[in-house]
Design a protein around this ligand. Structure first.
Ligand code: NAP
Length: 287
């Protein structure tokens, strides 16, 4: 079946601003076809000032579910009927399910990261010391998921230190078993790198060609892994340096695929074929 729309076809989608660059429609529709499910997944460009009416419209139209992307992940929360604990602790929603007229918000970004660390790099977060670069929206979901998955310690470094302090204090009380440390910027982070098992970049530094390295990766142990959430460009200066030093590293394409697999299962109750979304994305990014 090739997403042939008929009277019974259910609608899924993504809202964001802008949204035309999104890779989600291609990978989600490929998975829907592979599973023989009668759904289509479409992009909806929604400006922040129109978010309330857009959500009311999606609900009134009976859309089965949708993803939420930049810059609407926090703003959307006020328009939902219920929040899953994943969204509540992260303070952000990237997936909404329409459950018989009730809109329920989830966050699959963080667990997408954890899955990608395991799938791409064979890395298990349990008991690990992680350096988290950044304190924006992506860092929020990542930090909550790292703590939930049993990280022993997370050291957070951000250009604007106050944002990192605010992030840590909003998450810490949910996860007393994880030690959270905020350092004053990337230079101070370098002092801790010798004890770090995984360095995760959630900043947008690296999206620009020839951007400077935030930290010296040669200070990491040789067993450490480096994960850059950025996937365009596919190899950022940070990732290139990690690979040059012989460290294991991956970009954010696996996380994008994994958060999509988790959302797909929430909407449809079906697990998409393992690796299908990632291989669709690899095909696009190779072009
Ligand atoms: P955001 O909320 O705007 O946060 C941006 C972060 O980057 C902040 O920590 C900011 O620091 C930092 N930053 C920006 N420019 C910087 C610079 N020149 N030097 C140092 N730090 C800088 O954005 P976001 O939603 O967290 O997204 C961040 C990145 O993650 C984006 O590249 C996005 O594409 C990627 N992402 C990937 C996935 C995936 O599935 N792979 C999912 C979500 C996000 P300040 O606080 O100091 O401004």
């Amino acid at each position: 079946m090739i997403n042939q729309v008929n009277g019974a076809t259910k609608i899924l989608g993504i809202i964001g601003y802008p949204v035309r660059h999104s890779l989600s429609p291609v990978m989600q529709n490929a998975a829907l076809r592979a599973c023989g499910l009668d759904y289509v997944y479409v992009p909806f460009e929604v400006a922040p000032e129109g978010l309330g009416s857009a959500v009311a419209g999606l609900k009134a139209l009976g859309v089965s579910g949708f993803n939420v992307t930049i810059p609407l992940k926090t703003e959307i929360m006020q328009y939902l009927d219920e929040l899953d604990s994943s969204a509540e602790t992260a303070g952000a929603v990237n997936t909404v399910k329409n459950d018989a007229g009730r809109l329920i918000g989830y966050n699959t970004d963080g667990d997408g990261l954890i899955r990608s660390l395991a799938n791409e790099l064979g890395f298990d977060v349990r008991g690990a010391s992680v350096a988290l670069l950044g304190a924006g929206g992506a860092a929020r979901g990542a930090l909550a998921a790292l703590c939930r998955s049993g990280a022993r310690r997370v050291v957070i470094a951000n250009r604007t230190r106050e944002r990192a302090v605010e992030l840590a204090s909003s998450i810490a009380h949910h996860f007393p078993a994880t030690e959270l440390t905020v350092v004053s910027g990337f230079e101070e982070l370098e002092e801790c790198l010798a004890e770090i098992d995984a360095l995760v970049n959630t900043t947008s530094l690296g999206m620009i060609r020839d951007s400077p390295l935030p930290v010296r990766l040669d200070l990491l142990p040789r067993s450490a892994i480096v994960y850059d959430m950025i996937y365009a460009p596919p190899v950022t200066p940070l990732l290139r340096e990690a690979l040059r030093l012989g460290l294991k590293g991956a970009n954010g394409l696996g996380m994008l695929a994994s958060q999509g697999e988790l959302a797909f299962a929430i909407w449809t109750g079906t697990t998409p074929p393992f690796g299908l979304m990632k291989s669709v994305l690899d095909g696009i990014s190779d072009c």
